[in-house]
Design a protein around this ligand. Structure first.
Ligand SMILES: [Fe+2]
Length: 202
């Protein structure tokens, strides 16, 4: 059974997750308006994930026999002046969500509500991932936004390609690196194919 304090905080979190979904969907629309289709697709997908975060809390509250409340969901205004400003807003939003989750965990521990404490561990791990994801995206956007940064990014991309190419060569059997494998028909060996196979390189 949930205490009133925990229930209020859990319902507040339901509302925050719904707000996150609205925010990212709105960001997705703004990014489309700027022709940034891949970033828009990412935020649209992330809005769906936030809905799942909300539903997970919603189900947990209802399972305890309490009443889940969604409340009025704030709809953010699309007033970002650049994609970097948008990413800063997304990153700061995730920091605020982490703070709220931490506060919930803290309250659950103080009230010895170990069931809720256990349930919230998933959100603690999720917030670690979210902060890393959005922080990294923001950092990359800032790097690419400068001339020197673009050169560095290009260099890093070339390193990535080289490593991938190297790994690809190492994993491929030697005969595949030399070209397509000779066709082998049982009982009907093509002498020419056999010649190519046994004398490759001559
Ligand atoms: Fe979330």
């Amino acid at each position: 059974m949930l205490s009133n304090t925990i229930l209020d905080k859990l319902n507040h979190q339901v509302n925050l997750e719904a707000c996150s979904a609205h925010l990212y969907l709105q960001m997705s629309a703004w990014l489309i308006s700027q022709e940034l289709d891949s970033a828009a697709a990412f935020f649209r997908q992330h809005a769906e994930e936030e809905k799942q975060h909300m539903m997970k809390l919603f189900d947990y509250i209802n399972e305890t026999g309490a009443l889940a409340l969604i409340g009025d969901v704030a709809t953010p205004a699309p007033e970002w002046k650049s994609h970097i400003e948008l990413l800063e807003a997304a990153y700061n939003h995730e920091l605020a969500i982490t703070k709220s989750i931490n506060d919930l965990v803290d309250t659950a521990l103080r009230e010895k509500d170990y069931s809720t404490f256990q349930f919230l561990q998933w959100y603690v791990a999720e917030q670690h991932e979210e902060e890393h994801l959005f922080g990294s995206m923001l950092h990359k956007a800032r790097i690419i936004n400068t001339v020197d940064g673009r050169a560095l990014f290009r260099f890093d991309e070339e390193v990535r390609k080289s490593v991938l190419h190297h790994e690809h060569l190492q994993q491929k059997p030697m005969f595949l690196q030399m070209g397509p494998a000779p066709k082998h028909h049982e009982g009907h060996d093509d002498p020419h194919a056999r010649h190519q196979h046994s004398c490759s390189g001559h």
